[in-house]
Design a protein around this ligand. Sequence first.
Ligand SMILES: NC(=O)c1ccc[n+]([C@@H]2O[C@H](COP(=O)([O-])OP(=O)(O)OC[C@H]3O[C@@H](n4cnc5c(N)ncnc54)[C@H](OP(=O)(O)O)[C@@H]3O)[C@@H](O)[C@H]2O)c1
Length: 260
Amino acid sequence: MYGLIGCGNIGRAVAKGLIFNGHPINVLVRDNYLDCIQSKLGQNAKVFSVLGDFLTTCDIVLVAIRTSQLLAFLNENAHVLKKKELVLLQAGNIADIVSQSDCPSDLQYCRAIANINVEAGLGDVVILRTPNKGLENKVLDLFGKIGEVRLVDAPDDLHRLSMVTGCYPAVIGRFLQELIDGALKLGLDSNDALALSLKVFQNTAKTIELGRVEPKAHWRTACSKGGKLEKAMNELDDQFNKDFNFPNWLDKLSKSMVKK
Ligand SMILES: NC(=O)c1ccc[n+]([C@@H]2O[C@H](COP(=O)([O-])OP(=O)(O)OC[C@H]3O[C@@H](n4cnc5c(N)ncnc54)[C@H](OP(=O)(O)O)[C@@H]3O)[C@@H](O)[C@H]2O)c1
């Protein structure tokens, strides 16, 4: 049986994705979230707030707490966790944190970084190869139920790939919201605004995926030369570079995640 510790953004998405795909899971949450999480996850989840009780129900434990909480968590619970196989769902230099902790050096753990789309069974999960092939295969199988899985050899590859698969959904969600808000301002009702924005987004991605046109060319060809759309797009471009320099922002974020 799998257990999951921490039911925030990623933990909840993983739990929901597994449950909706018919895979039961036990979850450990803070005491004050017990009822709320139980009602959100339903009958296929058993929710605990006492670590000792929770650990008796599972052999493999997925850890979805924040990276900043990991060292204290490992130190506090090293004596009980050493008997379990752990799957650490954190970004960051986790090997350093584990080696600084009071856990034994032969602690069995594997790293997997999930993205938020696992909630719908459409996630991208990046898994770092581990010498424990038994655990690796179980983790591959588990996350294969809630999305596409990529196996990588080096921590830097884990960070690079998970930066794209893990952070970009936030950027896309933000961008889509702008499209929806724009459609609402034009007078569409909220159902049409959502449906139409999603369709345009998906079909544009499909056209590019089919190799019919490059992303930048698609943007340019949608505008008539000298027309209102071209002017608006140029203004948007200037504003975007001034207020929110996306390439710089991504570069900064990537540098903080990948060792140079
Ligand atoms: N958000 C994303 O889209 C995303 C994508 C890829 C990877 N990640 C990685 O996933 C990890 C978790 O991120 P997140 O966004 O899910 O964080 P989050 O929303 O803050 O969730 C962490 C949860 O774990 C709980 N928790 C911490 N220690 C616990 C304990 N001992 N027992 C029970 N519950 C405990 C926290 O409760 P308290 O708040 O009360 O401490 C919180 O509810 C991070 O390391 C992040 O790098 C996140």
